[in-house]
Design a binder for this molecule. Structure first.
Ligand code: SF4
Length: 339
């Protein structure tokens, strides 16, 4: 390929992946006295990270890319970038994450470039809105589609739905935005709505919204229709966690796991869980690691661990028990007899 063709191809890709927001950041940082800029993003956009690095290098910045992908801005890697000499970090894919226990999330200058999914969300809503079987709704969704929340609201209102004024959650910065660990935007208005309209796909986020006790109408641009996540769909998982606590209630040694990722480092939760376990006579050991994988916790002679990191990892462990701090409430309900 000639240099000209390469340039044309890159221009095409840049248009395809909507690089305007990146270029705005580029304009902003050109005036700063930065030598090196870090880049971080989730799996799906790794080619764009390389292209962003090329553009930064063209502008005279050195770059460093964080190798591990990130599932959220909870895993902001500004400290890693700084260790490599970076003066700033561009975090691609997510909006700023607010720490629920109030810890500072940014030590370095961090620029957030939320990823917006280029799928026909409004087309799906327009074609299938009649399947939304209530009058008064809350409008929530994932970051990838929140840039279309205003349009969705206007459309629903034009079809005589009452769309209740939205709020932000505990960890989020966009009105109506939901994370796998934060459906606060929905909980904050749940009493005022009959159901939620959710902009996004998959069960992971809608199931969190269903914890409000309301059905969730998912406007799904991948499935190209609207489907319903029933109210309280996570209830079975919670019951399974209680069952794990009951199974291990007589075990003396318990572990608590938190993450060194800034947004998954929940020291208050660790403290409260430790106190609760000690109240029941347990010996408690606290563990920390960046990414949490079950095999790392084998061999300590501990069979049950409490998850004080990403709350949505709890269900992923297979061989050992992994439970949420909330599941420890079950210890108050059972007789405990240590060996
Ligand atoms: S669900 Fe987990 S990975 Fe996603 S933003 Fe929350 S803490 Fe991060």
């Amino acid at each position: 390929m000639t240099p000209e063709n390469t340039r044309e191809k890159k221009t095409e890709e840049r248009q395809k992946f909507n690089y305007e927001e990146f270029e705005e950041v580029l304009e902003e940082i050109k005036d700063k006295d930065y030598d090196m800029v870090g880049l971080q993003g989730p799996d799906g956009i790794k080619p764009q990270l390389i292209d962003y690095a090329d553009q930064l290098e063209e502008e005279g910045f050195d770059t460093v890319i964080i190798g591990a992908s990130t599932f959220g801005a909870c895993g902001i890697a500004d400290e890693k970038a700084e260790r490599m000499g970076a003066d700033a970090l561009i975090h691609v894919g997510h909006t700023r994450f607010l720490h629920p226990e109030g810890q500072d999330m940014d030590d370095l200058s961090v620029y957030y470039l939320p990823y917006r999914e280029d799928r026909d969300l409004m087309g799906v809503l327009k074609e299938h809105y009649e399947e939304i079987d209530v009058d008064k709704v809350g409008l929530v969704g994932v970051t990838q589609y929140m840039d279309r929340a205003d349009k969705a609201r206007e459309f629903l209102e034009s079809k005589e739905f009452e769309v209740v004024e939205g709020k932000t959650g505990l960890r989020t910065t966009e009105v109506g935005q939901v994370l796998g660990c934060d459906a606060g935007a929905a909980h904050n208005i749940a009493e005022k709505v009959e159901a939620f309209v959710f902009l996004g796909s998959g069960h992971f986020h809608p199931s969190q919204v269903s914890e409000t006790g309301k059905d969730v109408y998912v406007v799904d641009p991948y499935e190209e229709h609207i489907w319903v996540e029933p109210a309280n769909s996570l209830e079975d998982e919670m019951q399974a966690e209680y069952a794990r606590v009951i199974k291990h209630k007589n075990k003396k040694k318990w572990g608590i796991v938190t993450s060194s990722k800034k947004g998954q480092n929940y020291l208050q939760a660790v403290k409260i869980s430790k106190e609760k376990l000690e109240k029941h006579g347990k010996d408690v050991y606290i563990f920390v690691e960046d990414r949490i994988f079950e095999p790392d916790y084998k061999g300590f002679g501990i069979d049950i661990f409490v998850n004080c990191a990403c709350p949505r990892m709890t269900k992923d462990w297979q061989d050992m028990a992994f439970v949420s701090p909330k599941a420890l409430d079950m210890l108050d309900e059972v007789d405990i007899k240590h060996d």
